[in-house]
Design a protein around this ligand. Structure first.
Ligand code: C5P
Length: 224
């Protein structure tokens, strides 16, 4: 039997990461944070002095990434090891996220990461978070969610997160970065960000985490 998959796609800052963790925890399923793989590729490139437009070299890096995801306790993000070193914090910076969205349009990079993502499909099930989980990586998923929110609200959420971490940022800067990243993610030719035809679109603007979680779990229930 093949393991069921729930895909949660959407733009950055829509709350996919949090909801994916909560759903995976609730169901006791495996979690795939596919964005982390693009972030790791960008980080590895920076460390190896590979240019962010050198498609061939980047795809070789992506293919040979030595990555380990170590699940954390409830509510804690998963720890990520690159070549055995903890890079959990390094891949979460704004710079790394922006760099990830520059390597992500390259078809060879996406192809290099494809099988690695599909390998996460394991029993009893997988919750996969990203941009193309429902459209490209797991087209046969049992439930597909496309989670979005206004750019302003996403910038505000990000602002609060970063402030809690003690980072000094301007909300206007975050908003324009989010808009640029949206444009890159939706405008690219390969696996652009868009809802799968059979996805349920959840607009979380003004909706709390508990409510969004309940809506996603209700969808999962209906699909199983
Ligand atoms: O989700 P996260 O912000 O960690 O993703 C970082 C970047 O990686 C995104 O802006 C996007 O460009 C890229 N990405 C992607 N496909 C995915 C996940 C992430 O292109 N499935």
């Amino acid at each position: 039997i093949t393991a069921p998959v729930i895909t949660i796609d959407g733009p950055s800052g829509a709350g996919k990461g949090t909801i994916t963790q909560l759903v995976a925890k609730k169901l006791g399923w495996t979690l795939l944070d596919s964005g982390a793989l693009y972030r790791l590729t960008a980080l590895a490139a920076e460390r190896a002095n590979v240019a962010l437009d050198d498609e061939q070299a980047l795809s070789e890096l992506a293919l040979s990434l030595d990555v380990k995801f170590v699940p954390g306790d409830y509510g804690q993000p998963v720890n990520v090891l690159l070549d055995g070193n903890d890079v959990t914090r390094d891949i979460r910076t704004e710079t790394c996220g922006n760099n990830a969205s520059k390597v992500a349009p390259l078809p060879k990079v996406r192809a290099a990461l494809l099988q690695r993502q599909r390998d996460f499909q394991q029993l009893p099930g997988l919750v996969a978070d990203g941009r193309d989980m429902g459209t490209v990586v797991f087209p046969e998923a049992s439930a597909k969610v496309y989670m979005t929110a206004s750019a302003e609200e996403r910038a505000e959420r990000r602002y609060r997160q970063l402030k809690d971490k003690g980072e000094d940022v301007k909300i206007a800067t975050l908003l324009s970065e989010i808009q640029e990243r949206d444009a890159r993610d939706t405008g690219r030719a390969t696996a652009p960000l868009k809802p799968a035809e059979d996805a349920v679109v959840l607009d979380t603007t003004g909706v709390g985490i508990e409510e969004v979680l309940a809506q996603v779990l209700a969808l999962v229930e209906k699909s199983s």
